[in-house]
Design a protein around this ligand. Structure first.
Ligand code: BES
Ligand code: MN
Ligand code: ZN
Length: 592
């Protein structure tokens, strides 16, 4: 259930709640503006001067992350008051604001407070989206399977955000947006946290369908038969050692109408619902964490829910392959050679390197959609966690322009992600004596060789990002706005990228017109030079070599409308059919 959030221009000391949390700017930084009110106004008087004395004694100066908690003994209309230092408000990034708000929400849950009053100083009235994201993500708990005493007695349900500034005109829209975004991240967390006996591949696909139906999003689900029929043999290999057979899911958001510069972004996720390691079985310690090995796929579901609600002017496809990696008599083995959807044969070295195998088939499927940008995210390697720790993911880009674009979104989201190099000389590690390539290299550079393996399956796709989320996808403790357990790390960055692409696309036209017949007079003219120029301008970064439009892709013919609500039956062909290509111009294609 989303929180009930209201925004008011009122002093927190005047409000009613169970807990009050007030953000306090660093003294000095706060008093830049003359006559500006402090969200602390009124408290000292109500508390008979006790607050002032305490602030002095504790040397509370509003430094970032400084905290002070006190009982109000009924002098204001909440039992407890917590002050949280914000430092210099102007310097707060999106992550800082989310972390602050998440702290407040967590404190409320810890206090069994149902109603939270949150005081914000001047300068934060324009950051309501991040505040609300932080509140919703901080309030998140996975308590579904708890009963009796373990079930939380009370839960935060209502928040009054008190501004010292006036309430901005777009406050409601900002709050709604923050709640929509957080709901997607929290959905990804829920899926990641589900135990593996409950969330096996078919159950995962069913959950994806439930989301798609609720969000009115188009979805296709491929069952085991379909996977075999299409030749996704690597996904089959990984999944066949389990009683629960693999699945594949493809969501699509195709905006109605035409728009110059509209891009097609495809996001792929690894969905190993449990990774025992297979015959190359993992040690017992920590194996249970491998229920989170579908976090990349969970991110795809959460992200697509947000996309379905926000309807950006970007064509977005979300794809995940789901399988359970188990050792039984039918399990794939080290030494096996398997064909892939792409055609390349792969020698299996270690059955615990299963993620890159299912991703190889998912990427080969995705590339047939001819994305302008292809992103995959996966809990892929322990090596990446060794390199960057538990709070930072590692990402790789196929070219610097794409890296620049992705980096801008990393900065925009505030998630910790670090670019890693695709070192070409490590490719030698993937040479096989019995097949086109083997799927693991040696221990050193393990995250890089995994990325190089994936790159073998993207075909002609020029703009590709691989994001290894193995560390931050599962938290060993509370961090920033993230809880212990599944975090949804990655969703915010991918969303930022989609939002930017939407802003950069041209205006949508022809939305209301009926679907055109080939020769109907209503068909819009193919875009001329002007439209192409607009598309080129919309490009997020300078792109390199011009690329000829792929065969079979026709220039735009005007209106298109793709029904978003229908769940489709299994397609007949091996490769996915690119959606009606009406709005993709030759220029947008060349931006690679
Ligand atoms: N799911 C694991 C990677 C992982 C490790 C995720 C730790 C989260 C935390 C992956 O399938 C795996 O087992 N990778 C192996 C690859 C190796 C056998 C080449 C690894 O990293 O050890
Ligand atoms: Mn594994
Ligand atoms: Zn795995």
């Amino acid at each position: 259930m989303p929180l009930k959030i209201t925004v008011r221009s009122v002093l927190p000391a005047r409000e009613v709640g169970d807990l009050m949390v007030v953000g306090v700017p660093a003294s000095g930084a706060a008093s830049k503006k003359k006559n500006s009110r402090s969200p602390l106004d009124g408290f000292d008087r109500a508390l008979g001067g006790a607050l002032g004395r305490l602030l002095k004694k504790e040397e509370f100066k509003g430094k970032k992350d400084q905290q002070l908690s006190l009982s109000t003994l009924g002098r204001v209309k909440a039992d407890r008051l917590i002050l949280v230092g914000l430092g210099d408000v102007a310097k707060l990034g999106p992550g800082d604001i989310r972390t602050f708000a998440a702290k407040a929400a967590r404190a409320a849950n810890a206090d069994k407070a149902k109603r939270l009053v949150l005081g914000l100083p001047d300068g934060l009235e324009g950051r309501l989206r991040e505040v609300v994201e932080g509140l919703e993500m901080g309030a998140y708990r996975f308590t579904k399977y708890m009963t009796g005493d373990r079930k939380p007695k009370a839960e935060l349900t209502q928040v009054t955000i008190c501004l010292t500034a006036n309430v901005p005109a777009d406050a409601k829209a900002r709050v709604d947006l923050g709640q929509t975004v957080a709901a997607g991240v929290n959905l990804a967390r829920d899926l990641s946290n589900e135990p593996p006996n409950v969330l096996f591949p078919e159950a995962f696909a069913a959950a994806a369908q439930v989301m798609a139906k609720e969000a009115n999003l188009k979805v296709q689900v491929f069952d085991f038969r379909e996977i075999q029929k299409r030749g996704m043999r690597l996904l089959q290999a990984v999944g066949q050692g389990s009683e629960h057979k693999p699945c594949m899911v493809h969501f699509s958001h195709v905006p109605a109408g035409t728009s110059a510069g509209r891009r097609r972004i495809v996001i792929v996720g690894k969905g190993i619902t449990f990774d025992s390691g297979g015959l190359s079985i993992k040690p017992a310690a920590g194996m249970g964490e491998m229920k989170h090995d579908m976090s990349g796929a969970a991110n795809v579901v959460g992200l697509m829910q947000i996309v379905a609600r926000l309807k950006p002017n970007v064509e977005v496809h979300g794809i995940f392959a789901a399988a359970e990696n188990m050792p039984d008599g039918n399990a794939y083995r080290p030494g096996d050679v398997w064909p892939s959807l792409d055609g390349k044969s792969v020698e299996i070295i270690n059955t615990d390197a299963e993620g890159r195998l299912i991703l190889a088939d998912a990427l080969a499927y995705a590339k047939a959609l001819e994305p302008d940008l292809l992103i995959d995210n996966a809990t892929l390697t322990g090596a990446c966690v060794v390199a960057l720790g538990n709070s930072c993911s590692g990402w790789y880009a196929s070219n610097d322009a794409t890296a620049e674009e992705f980096q801008a979104s990393v900065k925009g989201s505030g998630e910790q992600m670090w670019r890693m190099p695709l070192l070409e000389d490590l490719k030698d590690q993937l040479k096989s004596d019995s097949a086109d390539l083997k799927h693991t290299g040696d221990r050193w550079g393990g995250s890089i060789s995994a990325a190089l393996f994936l790159r073998e399956f993207i075909g002609n796709v020029q703009n590709w990002v691989h994001c290894d989320i193995a560390g931050p996808a599962m938290g060993d403790r509370v961090r920033g706005w993230d809880p212990k357990g599944g975090t949804g790390h990655g969703v915010l960055t991918f969303l930022d990228l989609i939002e930017r692409a939407s802003r950069n696309a041209g205006a949508v036209t022809n939305v209301a017109a009926p679907a055109p017949a080939a020769s109907a007079p209503s068909v819009a003219k193919a875009p001329g030079a002007k439209k192409k120029a607009a598309a080129a301008k919309a490009a997020p970064a300078k792109k390199t070599a011009a690329k000829k439009p792929a065969a079979g892709i026709k220039p735009p013919v005007g209106t298109r409308h793709v029904a978003q609500s229908k769940a489709e039956g299994p397609a007949k062909k091996n490769a996915p059919q690119p959606s009606t290509d009406g709005a993709r111009t030759a220029a947008s294609r060349r931006r690679r």
